[in-house]
Every structure is written in structure tokens, then in C-alpha cells.
Ligand binder design. Structure first.
Ligand SMILES: Cc1ncc(COP(=O)(O)O)c(C=O)c1O
Length: 425
């Protein structure tokens, strides 16, 4: 018996894990199967081919890594004891990070890595613990990666000591999206051979992402974000240059070793160890839904959700944590609250009174922001429910909001911009 039961649907607006669509839930609701039977390699083959489309690559090699997930359970526990969600086990994206780093680099290698929020901080912590020589470029939380500093570091690096650039495309803690096309341009301007490693955990399948066009060498995501699956699968995609680098990379790796996968790819059996059968069928269903809607339509939908949320925040008279328009995120909005309000109280109230799950402020912005996740399998009317809830909560906690103001601003924009549903035209 679920003693947290509340009638109706929970309004899940944390920036991952996100809602799982019904067809995906149904596709996963099945018994285990022998993964060595012909059915699973046949299914895996289609997945490996189709998953490349979400990275917009034809030349990349994907790895679907079973990284067991407890993030959601921990999030609930952390919520109850009012801790920051990021302190305990982080797995799906975290495993994908480790896979990207250890397969392409050797201990002591110099990396330029951008610190702009909690997730870039955690990735940098992993890079340091894996004994890379990390050159951290820090920005104020709410700002994007400082690419002028990148340019000056590359210009100064005539000896080509920088082996990789690590960047989080969308910093989920602050709602900041970095300009990856610009990173590529800077690398090209200096003809610098550094590998370009990108965390696309809260961007891929929701924001514009072009692995081949932007010359990304390793891109990664996690199943529980825009793919709208349960936690548990990290997906990493390696360029030919990254695969080449993996032949000489000396970092110790076992579970994450691409080579083990490649051996099994060659044999046509695909799995060096037992995959989650349910997740594979779920991924098939999730990709089918994305392709039926059309990836570019999915990205456009996220554009509308992001814009509508930002218009609501403005109408409430509150500020977005993201400091400039060029960095705003269409998958998560971190809303700054006035100093006399504790943003954790907003999140607590949301859950206790309105059955709405919002994201806490993490680390440096704890207590200062609450986050509205608007990614994955979500539509505009669902978002309006969340925005209406936030207005009531803001009033509950003593902020003088005009009820309906944010919803009206969002509706005015959405009513003019929602297209017909692609599959129903
Ligand atoms: C941008 C980003 N990178 C990495 C992670 C870590 O992912 P996980 O918790 O699945 O290990 C997250 C989690 O929210 C994230 O938002």
C-alpha cells in the first residue's frame, strides 16, 4: 500500500526522471527473456541503428550501457529528509560520464572543463577522482560556459597539451544551455585536436543537438530524461576519432570498456553482460514515439514549453536564474525566489498540497531557486497545470502573485503557437 497515495496523477515536473508514456509502460510490462535468443540481438540491432538518429549522427558508434538506477528512489528519500537530491547515488548519467572519460583518456591527461552548476561540478569531481589534470573554467551559477577563456587557453596551447574539452550542454541545476556550435568553431579556429566530450543528459532528444555537424567526439545521455524511460540505461555515442583514441587510452576500465561491447557487436550478439530486457523494449517504444512525432517536432515542442514557462515566470514578477537570453533552457527553468522565501518550502508545499513535484535548488542555489522541469513526454496543457499549481504555492508562501497571471501569459503565447498534432493532421 502506497502511503504517499494522492488521487489523480502526480504532476511530475522535476527535470528528470520524467513521465513515462503509456505505450512505453505497456511495452516494458513483460516477462524476462533469454538475451541470447535470436529476438534480442535482432531488437538490439534496430536500437543501435535508430538511437544514432537522436544524436544526429551517421558516423558515431552508440553504446547502451546498463547503469542500474536508484536516482528516483533516492530523490524521494532525499526529499522527505529535505536534503539536496544530488548527494546520494547518481548513476545513469554518471556511468555514461565515466564511460566517456575512461575510454578516451589516460590518467594525467589535461582536460578543460566548464563549471557552471551542480552537474558540471559533479562531472569535474569525477574527472579529478579519475586522475585527469582538470583545468576548470568557472562561471557564476546562472551563466553559461566562458568560451572566451576557452579560446585563450587553446591559443596558448601550442604544445597541444589539452586532450579534451568537457562541457555539459544543458546544466540542469541552473537551466543554462551552452552553445556547442560555438565550441566547435573555437576548436576549429585554433585547429586544435582536443576531443570534444558533451554531457547531453538533459538536452539530447529535447534540444537541438547535432553530433556530426558540431564534431562532437563523445555525446551521452540517460534513459530517464528526454527519452522518457525509467532510469537505468546510459547511452554513449563515440565518433570515429573517439574510437581511435580508445585504442591508446590507458584509464582503467572494466564495466564501461567499449572494447567489450565492440567484440560482441562483431559477433552479432551485442551484449557483453545481461541487459534489461524491459528497458530494451521500452527504448524501442520510446524511439517509435519520438520518430512518429518527428525529432524536430519534439524539439519544437520543447521550445514552446520553455518559452511558455519563461513568460509565466516574467508575469509572476520573478527572475530566471539564467542570466542571459542566449543561455535559456527549453528543458528546465530555475526560478529565483525573493530572499524572504525558502525555495525548498515551495517544493515541499507543491508535493504536500498539490501533488506536484518540482525540482529543488541544488548546492549554491539551494533555497534560492526551485526548478520546473519541462522535458520528455509532456504537452502544453500538462504544463499549464503545473504553472497554475506554482501560482497557488507562491501565494501560500507569501509571495504577492496575481493568480492566473502566469497561466494567462503562457496561454496567450501557446494559443498562437501550438500546431496541430503531427500524427492527426
Ligand atoms: C546534466 C546532467 N548530467 C548528469 C546527470 C547525472 O545523471 P544520473 O543521476 O543519472 O547519474 C544529471 C542528472 O540529473 C544531469 O542533469
Amino acid at each position: 500500500m502506497d502511503h504517499f497515495y494522492a488521487p489523480g496523477r502526480n504532476h511530475l515536473f522535476v527535470p528528470g526522471p520524467v513521465n513515462i508514456p503509456e505505450p512505453v509502460i505497456r511495452a516494458m510490462n513483460r516477462n524476462n527473456e533469454d538475451y541470447r535468443s535470436p529476438a534480442i540481438p535482432a531488437l538490439t540491432k534496430t536500437l543501435l541503428e535508430d538511437v544514432k538518429k537522436i544524436f544526429k549522427t551517421t558516423t558515431g558508434t552508440p553504446f547502451m550501457i546498463p547503469t542500474t538506477g536508484e536516482a528516483f528512489i533516492n530523490m524521494v528519500i532525499a526529499f522527505i529528509v529535505c536534503l539536496s537530491v544530488c548527494t546520494i547515488f547518481r548513476l545513469t548519467g554518471t556511468g555514461a560520464w565515466e564511460s566517456a572519460l575512461t575510454n578516451t583518456l589516460s590518467p594525467g591527461d589535461r582536460i578543460v572543463s566548464f563549471l557552471i552548476g551542480q552537474f558540471s561540478l559533479l562531472w569535474i569531481d569525477q574527472q579529478q577522482r579519475l586522475n585527469f589534470n582538470v583545468d576548470v573554467v568557472e562561471s557564476e551559477w546562472g551563466q553559461g560556459a566562458n568560451l572566451d577563456i576557452l579560446a585563450s587557453k587553446l591559443a596558448a596551447d601550442t604544445a597541444r597539451t589539452i586532450k579534451a574539452i568537457c562541457i555539459v550542454h544543458n546544466e540542469t541545476a541552473t537551466g543554462v544551455t551552452n552553445n556547442l556550435a560555438k565550441v566547435r568553431r573555437i576548436l576549429d579556429d585554433y585547429r586544435h585536436p582536443a576531443l570534444f566530450l558533451v554531457d547531453g543528459v538533459s538536452s539530447i532528444c529535447a534540444l537541438d543537438f547535432r553530433m556530426d555537424e558540431w564534431g562532437v567526439d563523445v555525446a551521452l545521455t540517460g534513459s530517464q530524461k528526454a527519452l522518457s524511460l525509467p532510469t537505468g540505461m546510459g547511452i554513449v555515442c563515440a565518433s570515429p576519432k573517439a574510437l581511435e583514441a580508445s585504442k591508446t587510452a590507458k584509464s582503467v576500465r572494466v564495466f564501461f570498456d567499449w572494447n567489450d561491447y565492440l567484440k560482441f557487436y562483431k559477433m552479432g550478439t551485442f551484449w557483453p553482460y545481461t541487459p534489461s530486457i524491459q528497458l530494451l523494449y521500452g527504448l524501442r517504444a520510446a524511439l517509435d514515439l519520438i520518430f512518429e512525432e518527428g525529432l524536430d517536432n519534439v524539439i519544437a515542442r520543447h521550445g514552446r514549453l520553455g518559452k511558455a514557462t519563461r513568460l509565466a515566470v516574467e508575469a509572476w514578477g520573478l527572475k530566471n536564474c539564467t542570466q542571459k537570453e542566449e543561455w535559456v533552457s527549453d528543458t528546465v527553468t530555475a526560478v529565483l525566489v525573493p530572499p524572504y522565501i525558502d525555495s525548498a518550502e515551495v517544493v515541499r508545499r507543491a508535493w504536500k498540497r498539490y501533488n506536484l513535484s518540482l525540482g529543488l535548488g541544488l548546492n549554491k542555489v539551494a533555497g534560492k531557486v526551485f526548478r520546473i522541469g519541462h522535458l520528455g513526454n509532456l504537452n502544453e496543457l500538462q504544463l499549464l497545470g503545473c504553472l497554475a499549481g506554482v501560482e497557488m504555492i507562491l501565494k501560500d508562501v507569501g509571495y504577492p502573485v496575481k493568480l492566473g497571471s502566469g497561466v494567462a501569459a503562457a496561454c496567450a503565447y501557446l494559443q498562437n503557437n501550438i500546431p496541430l498534432i503531427p500524427s492527426r493532421i
